[in-house]
Design a protein around this ligand. Structure first.
Ligand SMILES: NC(=O)NCCC(=O)O
Ligand SMILES: [Zn+2]
Ligand SMILES: [Zn+2]
Length: 471
């Protein structure tokens, strides 16, 4: 199959230029002008940007959590992602203590195989570091192509791991060439504060935020950075929400530590007051870390602009308001944490970031796609527009304005945290591996065409991307 995308403005993390793209099969075959049109499907992109498909490094699809299971599975979640311009997701595979890692990986393949609209991969949670886990890790990297491990420093008695586990994971990751990811909040302090709040009859959603203070995130972020330096390893801090955490990451990076940071659309745009909405509506805005005071948003935008934070994940973890979030109507600790964000991740970053002049167009591509592809061993197959790269592409109309609503979104949940918000820019066409999967707000793909990607090691990836940048 031959496809030509013509007259668009190509945008990569480094360049913006007018050119046509020739796609042969699944890949970009040439970038230029005046390709022979005979026998090709021609897509007109005049007046539009052509971006590399988004890479969402942080999703939870079909995941059991908080006494229920996320509403969006690999089919609805990846389809919604595609509508929003994302063409690769890396999902978190949850493990269970005392059980082989391979069991968890098998379960995640069962959840996703033949069910995805776009390509996907897995991170692997490490909850404990036993002899068995140590013995399994090399094959997780070599055979399963899973080159990032996630350690939770919060969710006491559920996912939380101790510092010894985090430290050993960092040491092992350095040896094996993996990137360690952390959910950085002090779970013990939060456990104490939540018990105290409940004892005082403080059960409303706002107490979710008030019992997870910025200091708890700042402290855990700093601790993770220090342990990373001590291990001489590499760290990626997920869903950074506040200035206290940004400062720790900035300070570690200034000292030369190999530390990276991600934030999410919700922390850039929503705030603590959303949790105070009446009639339990605040439950729609329960994330961990929680939404913060508005002043933190500017810090996060500045961090993205200056490079102190490098990526944006959706942290897609969706629960219906009715029936799922309502589990916590009398007790905020029972509200399932998380929200629907996979579809609007890029839209929010474009509209609030590029259109509002906070970040450049090239930074937008880097933050939504390229940087995550590089960090997680997907580059240059994913995350850029270059000859030989997968033809995962987004044709984006920057001028049209749309209104976000749960009535028109493609996620399975009954609300959208941005209901009624007007955003600049509309995804017009999306290609995944050379095939049009979204056009005119319609899904044209085939569920199951999204396939599992084995990823390169962290160290190899950095070497390869440095080489690719030099060419
Ligand atoms: N972030 C959140 O509230 N839910 C998803 C699980 C996690 O990433 O901690
Ligand atoms: Zn988390
Ligand atoms: Zn998450």
């Amino acid at each position: 199959m031959r496809t030509i995308i013509q007259n668009g403005i190509i945008v990569t993390a480094s360049d913006t230029f007018e050119a046509d793209l020739l796609i042969e099969g699944e890949q970009i075959a040439a970038i230029g002008r005046d390709f022979p049109l005979e026998g090709a499907d021609v897509i007109e992109a005049e007046g539009c940007y052509v971006f590399p498909g988004g890479v969402d490094p942080h999703t939870h699809l079909d995941m059991p959590f908080g006494g229920t299971v996320t509403k969006d599975d690999f089919t609805s979640g990846t389809t919604a992602a595609a509508f929003g311009g994302t063409t690769t997701v890396v999902d978190f595979c949850l493990t269970e203590k005392g059980k082989p890692l391979k069991n968890a990986i098998k379960t995640w393949h069962e959840k996703s195989k033949g069910k995805a609209a776009i390509d996907y991969s897995f991170h692997l949670m490490i909850g404990e570091m036993t002899e068995d886990v140590l013995a399994e890790l090399p094959s997780v990297i070599q055979e399963d192509g899973i080159t990032s491990f996630k350690v939770f420093m919060a969710y006491k008695n559920v996912f939380q791991a101790d510092d010894a586990t985090l430290f050993q994971t960092l040491i092992k990751a350095k040896e094996l060439g993996a990137l360690v990811m952390v959910h950085a909040e002090n779970g013990d302090v939060i456990d104490y504060l939540t018990k105290e709040a409940l004892a005082n009859g403080q059960t409303d959603p706002i107490y979710h935020a008030l019992t997870r203070p910025v200091e708890a995130e700042g402290e855990a972020t700093g601790r993770a950075c220090q342990l990373t330096s001590l291990a001489g390893s590499q760290l990626y801090v997920v869903h950074v929400s506040c200035e206290e955490a940004v400062k720790q990451i900035e300070s570690a990076r200034r000292k030369g530590a190999d530390v990276w940071g991600e934030t999410c659309p919700q922390y850039l745009t929503l705030d603590l007051d959303d949790l105070r909405k009446p009639d339990f509506e605040g439950a729609k805005y329960v994330w961990s870390p929680p939404l913060r005071e508005k002043k933190h948003q500017e810090v996060l935008w500045n961090a993205l602009r200056t490079g102190a934070l490098q990526t944006i994940g959706s942290d897609q973890c969706s629960f219906d308001f009715k029936g799922q979030k309502s589990l916590g109507i009398d007790d905020f600790t029972k509200i399932p944490n998380g929200g629907p964000m996979i579809e609007d991740r890029m839209s929010i970053l474009y509209s609030e970031g590029v259109a509002e002049g906070r970040i450049s167009l090239n930074q937008f591509v880097d933050i939504t796609s390229t940087r995550a592809a590089k960090l997680f061993g997907l580059y240059p197959k994913k995350g850029t527009i270059s000859v030989g790269a997968d033809a995962d592409l987004v044709i984006f109309d920057p001028f049209t304005v749309r209104t976000i609503s749960s009535e028109t979104h493609h996620m399975k949940v009954d609300y959208n945290a941005f209901e009624g918000k007007r955003v600049k820019g509309v995804v017009q066409t999306v290609l995944s591996k050379g095939k049009v999967i979204i056009q005119d707000d319609t899904y044209k793909g085939t569920i199951g065409d999204g396939t599992y990607i084995k990823r390169a090691k962290y160290s190899e990836q950095l070497r390869n991307s440095a080489l690719a940048e030099r060419v």
